[in-house]
Design a protein around this ligand. Sequence first.
Ligand SMILES: [Zn+2]
Length: 68
Amino acid sequence: MKQIEYVNCFSCGKKQLSKDEVALNKKMIGREIKQFYCLKCFAEYFDVTTEELLIKIQEFKEQGCALF
Ligand SMILES: [Zn+2]
């Protein structure tokens, strides 16, 4: 059973990150992470654009990643 967890962005404090944002954090940083970042802060952190992250999310979904 999937647990629904609401997390806020560790950096800017954005409330209730989306499922995709949380999944991206877990996928890119690690499943055991405690601090999550919203798409915008995540893009800054990895020095990419949010568009690139959205494409990545789409790719992970197409690969059938269990996190998404
Ligand atoms: Zn943020």
